[in-house]
Ligand binder design. Structure first.
Ligand code: IVH
Length: 691
């Protein structure tokens, strides 16, 4: 009997029709949102349509299509990425940094063009990574996405199709109407640039920092890392955008010129960067470049220059290619604006994570459109290596990023070196405690949990959703509690009273009780959360979970040696050291004691890990009377043993059932002991060594 629910109650025909409608509607909204930046419905309405389609597809499996909007996140990619040769090499661009270099290029173009038309299309040079998207004809006369390739070495790229499918500005299918409008064959290839918008980049780094992971250096690295992750659901969570700039078929550019290519891409439904222009002269290029420079700060994504492309394809072909780049295009790269000034001091601040950050205090100087008197300095390592002195003259740079930085020390007749070598403080300047600098690290860190600079960060972290989940303990309330000195460590949270809270500005009885209730509840968050809440470097959610399960109590963790900690799969020497260092500090041990006394739970269910088969390798063959192959394997592995697919001298036991074949013969040949199911169960039931 077929279960009747909302959707299966639709006739097959009605369902097919509705699914098609919904798909068209969802595609339209995805295009409006991710390509045009002009949504016309709310996210909730969009989700509603998506859910309706998911329901129909669940009830009518035959209606599912691979390019349905519900299928953006599908299977898992195989280990590594398959290498695929590009239809034609993905080349690079030659660079120009000055107007003079642009003039030289323009002159050469005119010479080589031999009278053919020379017009240029100017585009922004997006700072991301290039991508090739392959589409093939679909039965409905349209086309669908079949492959997405990274640039790789330019000749051979990596197949990142599953990840690319999750990028919403990449259409999974193209309707016959759009193909017709664009004048594009059914089989075609789009090349373009993948970027991570600044906002998505900031969010990602916030999450990474909260998890104790190193933040990505810039959006380009973040985009590259994201595109090459092995988990498409991760890619789907982070926003990437692809902007198209080339259109090919059969490994040849469509013969329509660059400007028409951008129009055709728009007609196909791809995201195309709106900042573009057609120019004839170098003056006009410089105007476009200057405007791009002004827009740069507010685009919401990184650019590192402007690309000029000869528009007409006939001219492009006449000009041809050098080994690595087309002669018909050039990248004008923005150079960071620089100025020289004197460094009058170095300021060290302690950030929320404990990092001691050096900042150069400068004689005010005008650079990149603004007067600056502070600039970031590389790190302690650089300062020591360069022997930086107060009074040194330095070159400061202001790139696209708003924060200026010290690029180098200047030394010549006009710019003598300063007198006093700067001695880097080895103490936190906020709390006065010794800071640590681990081998191989470029900065010092304050590891005193009571340091006021760290406290604000520590409180927020402790209260955050992924940690102790104390609603109402956010940035503002944490600051209030610290300011009024009601709290000096996370332990003090558990000593707060209603009276104290209502004495604060804007706090009433109800909000005070609410927060106290949340704090009380957090006592049961469990060992893993507490461990994460301590903010030990590198100890994010997964690691904390695993450690908690392995050790079962905070006491066991506090007293564990590095070696013992490293028995946890997630934990390597870097993490074990961070943990042992943390607990070696009396202040941190004291904090744990206080939390315990105040009733914060610090135990976890210990994962039962038996070891009676540790170090033994088994091979299973034939049919066992009771256990399935999977069950037998699971039992062996749970007891610490390994299961291998083939018999060798290293095999300890072959477990043979009925109809055992060549593996049994091999075992006999190699004199590997053969046991049956009962024998295996016997081994499993035997006492653990030493217990
Ligand atoms: S055209 C023949 N157009 O810049 C290959 N590239 O430095 C030329 N890029 O690998 C590609 N924005 O990843 C082109 N509007 C744009 C671009 C652009 C960014 C990247 C692309 C290329 C690199 C060369």
């Amino acid at each position: 009997m077929v279960e009747r629910n909302e959707d299966s109650s639709l006739s097959a025909k009605q369902a097919a029709k509705r699914a098609e409608e919904l798909r068209a509607e969802l595609r339209r909204h995805e295009h409006l949102y991710y390509v045009m930046d002009a949504p016309v419905i709310s996210d909730a309405e969009y989700d509603k349509l998506m859910n309706e389609l998911k329901h129909i597809e669940a009830a009518h499996a035959e209606l599912m299509t691979p390019d349905s909007p519900t299928q953006r996140v599908g299977g898992k990619p195989a280990e590594g990425f398959a290498k695929v040769r590009h239809s034609r090499p993905m080349l690079s661009l030659d660079n120009a940094y000055t107007e003079e270099e642009l003039r030289d290029w323009d002159r050469r173009v005119h010479e080589l063009a031999g009278g053919l038309p020379v017009e240029y299309t100017c585009e922004l040079k997006l700072d991301g990574l290039s991508l090739a998207l392959h589409y093939e004809g679909a039965p409905d006369g349209g086309a669908h996405l079949v492959r997405g390739l990274t640039r790789g070495d330019g000749q051979v790229g990596e197949d990142v199709t599953l990840n690319v499918r999750t990028i919403r500005s990449v259409p999974l299918s193209i309707s016959p109407e759009r193909l017709k409008k664009a004048g594009t064959p059914q089989d075609f290839e789009v090349r373009g640039e993948t970027v991570m918008p600044e906002k998505a980049f900031e969010e990602m780094n916030k999450e990474r920092e909260a998890a104790g992971e190193t933040p990505a250096v810039n959006p380009r690295n973040a985009a590259a890392g994201t595109l090459r992750t092995k988990d498409p659901t991760m890619v789907a969570k982070r926003r990437l955008d692809v902007y198209g700039y080339f259109l090919l078929s059969g490994g040849e550019y469509l013969p329509i010129g660059q400007e028409a290519t951008l129009d055709a891409l728009t007609a196909l439904g791809f995201r195309v960067n709106p900042h573009r222009g057609k120019v004839h002269t170098v003056e006009q290029m410089m105007t476009f470049i200057a405007r791009a420079g002004e827009q740069r700060a507010t685009l919401g994504y990184d650019i590192d220059g402007v690309v000029m492309k000869v528009d007409a394809q006939a001219t492009q072909q006449r000009l041809g290619y050098t080994g690595r780049a087309p002669r018909w295009a050039i990248a004008y790269k923005f150079s960071a604006e620089q100025a020289i000034t004197q460094m009058v001091d170095i300021m060290i601040t302690t950030g929320r994570t404990g990092k001691l950050t050096p900042t150069a205090v400068l004689q005010p100087v005008f650079v990149g459109g603004a007067t600056i008197s502070r600039a970031t300095l590389h790190n302690a390592d650089w300062i020591e290596r360069m022997g930086l002195r107060i009074g040194d003259w330095v070159k400061v740079e202001r790139g696209g990023d708003v924060i200026p930085k010290v690029a180098e020390i200047v030394e010549d007749a006009e710019h003598p070196r300063g007198e006093h070598k700067y001695v880097y403080p080895t103490h936190c300047l906020v709390c006065g405690q010794a800071a640590v600098r681990e081998e191989g690290e470029a900065d010092y860190r304050c590891v005193n949990l009571d340091c006021p600079a760290l406290l604000q960060g520590a409180l927020e972290h402790w209260g955050s959703r992924g940690v102790m989940n104390i609603e109402g303990l956010g940035e503002a309330s944490a600051a209030q509690l610290l300011e009024k000195e009601l709290v000096r460590s996370v332990a003090d949270l558990y000593r707060l009273t209603e009276e104290q809270l209502v004495s604060l500005d804007r706090w009433g009885k109800k909000s005070a009780q609410g927060l106290l209730g949340q704090i009380e509840r957090s006592k049961h968050a469990g060992l893993a959360r507490v461990l994460m809440g301590l903010g030990i470097r590198f100890v994010g959610e997964r690691t904390a979970e695993e450690i908690a399960q392995e050790f079962g109590s905070m006491d066991a963790i506090v007293n564990a040696s590095a070696e013992e900690l490293e028995r946890v799969e997630e934990v390597g020497p870097r993490i074990s050291e961070a943990i042992t260092d943390f607990f070696a500090r009396p202040a941190n041990r004291e904090l744990i004691e206080q939390l315990k006394t105040l009733g914060v739970g610090m135990t976890a269910e210990k994962k039962q890990r038996s070891t009676q088969l540790a170090g033994l390798t088994f091979v299973l063959t034939g049919t066992l009377p009771n256990l399935s192959r999977e069950d037998a394997k699971a039992k062996i592995e749970a007891a610490g043993g390994k299961v291998s697919g083939s018999v060798s001298k290293k095999t300890n036991y072959v477990v043979a059932g009925e109809d055992a074949g060549s593996k049994l013969e091999k075992a006999e040949q190699l004199k590997v002991p053969v046991i049956d199911e009962a024998g295996l169960l016997n081994l499993l039931a035997s006492e653990e060594p030493g217990s």
